[in-house]
Ligand binder design. Structure first.
Ligand code: MRU
Length: 351
């Protein structure tokens, strides 16, 4: 699987412009932390793990363009950059997790000069990216074991390579199963209002040669009822300590539908998405986005111009509706409150 949404080339941070897909494949050069903030806000780079990686590179760009000549000045510059990048979107925990990690790294080093400090921060951001590749591969291997006998899978939004570093989370087991020669069919919810399912998941899976069918979000119940789905697998933006999992709006309803049809409902996510400081999903901040995303379908106005709309970008699948959480350190089964912590402490990457 070769799609990568974010990388560094000759010292320049590059991202795929995801709002243009699938019509156009365009790579954007990101030179400043402000450009990175904007790219995250506008969803040019999106998906929790990819936002985490963008957070790391954004902080690097922030300090690269700042000037400081002491340890205190360096730490202050990193803190300022971290605080700023964390205002771009509120839900994906990886954004905050990565920013905290960069702040911690800044405090560990012995400051000698600006160039060296910049380089250490860049290396840390690259490390976050490299670790995410290994995590996604591991999620894929654990997930592939779990889903090996499935012929029909349903996913929502895009939790694929585009949303991570490579492989994805929810799509990672599909890539592994495909590599292993398994035959299966994927139904991709189109994912209103911004169509990450039909624009991105379908694009990714089609490129990989995986059998993918796009459905409107309101068709999920029908494909379940008619026996076409053996498991639902989605990603997560933030998982609370009790296993409640925030993911793209519509995930909550999907979890209820899966339960009603006795279909296993899996969350696939790395531990960088788990916020152990939050007890339950009730405490997860949910982003509300511009109403025009709902009033328009692309360029076309599909509701009265000034009509009131409600546009939450995420909702929470309650732990009770989740069969298991597939992480890079192993498969976590209920009770999640105990087992998330246990697997985090004792689990292992699958090689
Ligand atoms: O608003 P988006 O496109 O950033 O939302 C993304 C999702 O909801 C994904 O499912 C989630 O971040 C998991 S990505 C591996």
């Amino acid at each position: 699987m070769k799609t990568k949404p974010i990388w560094v080339e000759d010292g320049v941070v590059k991202i795929i412009a995801q709002t243009l897909l699938p019509e156009e494949y365009k790579v954007l050069d990101i030179h400043t932390i402000e450009e990175m903030w904007d790219a995250i806000k506008r969803l040019e780079v999106r998906g929790a793990p990819a936002i985490g990686i963008a957070s790391g590179f954004g902080i690097y760009l922030g300090i690269k363009n700042a000037s400081f000549n002491s340890r205190e000045g360096f730490i202050e510059a990193v803190d300022r950059a971290a605080e700023y990048i964390c205002t771009s979107r509120p839900t994906a925990y990886n954004l905050f997790w990565a920013a905290d990690r960069m702040k911690k790294r800044a405090r560990e080093i012995e400051f000698t000069n600006e160039n060296e400090a910049n380089d250490i921060i860049l290396q840390e951001a690259k490390k976050i990216l490299a670790e995410d590749i290994a995590s996604c591969k591991s999620i894929g291997l654990y997930g592939a074991e779990l889903l090996a006998s499935c012929e029909g899978l349903l996913t929502h939004c895009n939790a694929g390579a585009l949303a991570t570093s490579e492989y994805g989370t929810a799509l990672a087991p599909m890539y592994i199963l495909h590599e292993q020669g398994h035959e299966f069919k994927v139904f991709a919810d189109e994912t209103r209002p911004l169509l990450q399912g039909s624009r991105l998941t379908a694009w990714e899976l089609k490129q990989a040669g995986i059998d993918v069918t796009v459905i409107c979000d309101n068709m999920a119940g029908l494909v379940m009822k008619t026996g076409q789905i053996d498991a639902v697998i989605v990603g997560a933006d933030r998982i609370a300590a009790n296993g409640d999992s925030a993911n793209k709006i519509g995930t909550y309803s999907l979890s209820i539908l899966a339960k009603a049809h006795n279909i296993p409902f899996y969350i696939a996510a790395p531990f960088s998405t788990v916020d152990f400081s939050i007890k339950s999903g009730d405490d997860i901040p949910i982003e509300e986005r511009d109403g025009d995303e709902i009033r328009h379908f692309g360029e076309r106005l599909t509701a009265p111009k000034d009509i009131k709309v409600f546009n939450p970008a995420f909702d929470v699948a309650p732990a009770d509706n989740i069969t298991a959480i597939i992480t890079e350190k192993g498969i976590v089964e209920p009770p999640f409150k105990e087992n998330l912590q246990k697997v985090f402490n004792e689990g292992k990457l699958k090689e």
